[in-house]
Design a protein around this ligand. Sequence first.
Ligand SMILES: Cc1cc2nc3c(=O)[nH]c(=O)nc-3n(C[C@H](O)[C@H](O)[C@H](O)COP(=O)(O)O)c2cc1C
Length: 325
Amino acid sequence: MIDAKALRNALGNFATGVTIVTTCHDGRKIGLTANSFNSVSLDPPLVLWSLAKKSSNIDAFMNVDAFAVHILGADQEALSNQFATPGIDKFEGVDIKTGEADVPLLRDCAARFECRTAYRYDGGDHIIFVGEVLELEQSEKEPLLFHRGKYARKTMPKTGDRPENARDLNYLVARAYFMLTDGVRAQAAEKGLSQVDHYALSVLLKGGPASLSKVNGMLGTSGWQWTDTDLQRLADAGLVQVTDDGIVSLTKSGRETMIGLFVQAKAVESDAQKAFSPDELDQLRSLISQLLETLDGQDAKGTAQHLEVMNALQADQPAEEGSES
Ligand SMILES: Cc1cc2nc3c(=O)[nH]c(=O)nc-3n(C[C@H](O)[C@H](O)[C@H](O)COP(=O)(O)O)c2cc1C
């Protein structure tokens, strides 16, 4: 005798997507979350899903000829929970349009299939519904997944079959950094700025006026130091000014130069981001942040300073006009 809990646990190893199945019965909109969905046949185009006989909606689905299956996107977990909650108005606050036979259609899903009920089969404590697909729509959205009783997201493609150096994290991070910043570093060099000048002026652009030692504090983990000679050179070039009490700020020309470089860096970044979907970008940021947090734990003080500099460099907008004063 198979234990129901053991069976459920073992079946949970089969990762699935998540769908919402909707229909309209006697003028009433009906819907529920289902991960029993699967493809059946391409010709004719058939799909299936199963509904618990104890569902409050079993009579409705036994009596309608049309339903729609929506494959949910990774950002639709809340919608999945809403449609899995019995006894509530599942369509409250949900933006829908109406399809054939008044079937409510949800928007912004990963894919949607409008079906005609082709067959119904008894399946123990469930009824299996087979639908013939009459209309479909799909998007590039990353799908929501369900695995071992929890929502999940698609993992990154495996890197195993890439060349050896493309699996070396140091190499990947360093190469990405250099490729992202190559152009802007070359432009900075043309304007007579070394890498440390560029870094230090970025700190001043974002953070506003600061003493040399404060700027050097921010450069801490990079191993770079901005010297009095560097400062004098940039003051002579008209890019920075220093007050009597040693506070360094950007001049108008310094500010314009840095904003130009900043805009160029942002343009390169935004071009590079086109390689990813919004969800992938989110994952990339989250993985890199996770890496930084781990490194931060290993060298808490140094990395915190480094992050401060990186934040200054990565902020979406240059500092507001007037923040120098
Ligand atoms: C991820 C997930 C998948 C589900 N899959 C199914 C399913 O395939 N069939 C089913 O009958 N119930 C499934 N359920 C449960 C129903 O969504 C839930 O019982 C719903 O409230 C049923 O609606 P009703 O009782 O209001 O008719 C699932 C729930 C979740 C969260």
